[in-house]
Design a protein around this ligand. Structure first.
Ligand SMILES: CC(C)(COP(=O)(O)OP(=O)(O)OC[C@H]1O[C@@H](n2cnc3c(N)ncnc32)[C@H](O)[C@@H]1OP(=O)(O)O)[C@@H](O)C(=O)NCCC(=O)NCCS
Length: 226
């Protein structure tokens, strides 16, 4: 499906300035998606959800050569969405801050974007205590200036890892050190190739991919497809 010579992941991004273009296409969502979308109280959350599903349906319909409203999205027992009757086609959605991203691949994939929030709203030390390896805690505390960026980079890598596994919850996350990826971007950890990058000053993106091969990501702006 995806041209493996050139790349193994197609990544579609949509900035908040274009979410309204996606919301206009909400008629292609399923009744249950529309119901879920309308339950969100915060307008941005509604738009992020809608945009993720519009990207998924639009891109999947092109790969699978079918109408976007005919794509059937099912969920595994931990809530990870997948496309019915499509064994060789995987995707994963993430949204945070100003971005919605969806990664597509021939192999299981996890994608996570995090807004680097430097405010005091989230107690990063408390989160690190339960989910981070002692080496990771030392790494984030080694730089006061970089502390938040380091924290969110590790967090997004761990979320992408868990999302690729499709488990929703990973036992002993604090025993898993993701630091080898920080040192050498594009590293294999527990069967997953992991990589990260900052997509702008405030957002970090991580991808985990169930294949031992370097990630070759082809990035697209979703609005170019509309
Ligand atoms: C389910 C979970 C992976 C979602 O991640 P998130 O950062 O809150 O939100 P994101 O925007 O990145 O991802 C949400 C999307 O992931 C997908 N998703 C939901 N459950 C999933 C799962 N179990 N596995 C993979 N993807 C999942 C959905 O498409 C969802 O978007 P949608 O409902 O709009 O379609 C996360 O809430 C979770 O349970 N993490 C557990 C791991 C952990 O403890 N991490 C702590 C940090 S180290």
């Amino acid at each position: 499906m995806i041209n493996k010579q050139a790349k193994n992941i197609d990544l579609y991004k949509c900035h908040r300035s274009k979410w309204d273009n996606c919301v206009q296409k909400q008629h292609i969502l399923s009744p249950s998606e529309l119901e879920k979308m309308n339950k969100y109280k915060i307008e941005d959350d509604k738009k992020r959800f809608c945009t993720g599903r519009i990207i998924t349906r639009t891109v999947a319909s092109r790969y699978l050569k079918t109408d976007s409203n005919k794509i059937e999205i099912l969920f595994n027992e931990h809530g990870k969405p997948y496309i019915k009757n499509s064994k060789a086609f995987f995707f994963n959605i993430s949204h945070s801050g100003d971005w919605v991203v969806v990664g597509f691949s021939d192999y299981e994939i996890g994608v996570d974007i995090q807004m680097i929030d430097t405010g005091k709203k989230l107690n990063i030390d408390n989160i690190a205590k339960y989910a981070f390896h002692p080496d990771e805690i030392k790494y984030i505390n080694d730089s006061e200036e970089e502390k938040h960026t380091r924290f969110y980079t590790i967090w997004s890598l761990k979320e992408a890892f868990v999302k690729a596994k499709g488990v929703g919850f990973y036992n002993n996350l604090e025993k898993l050190s993701i630091l080898p990826v920080i040192k050498d971007n594009n590293t294999l950890i527990d069967g997953l190739s992991l990589s990260y990058k900052k997509i702008d000053e405030q957002h970090v993106l991580a991808i985990a991919f169930a294949k031992n091969m370097p990630l070759k990501v082809s990035e697209h702006e979703f609005q170019d497809l509309l």
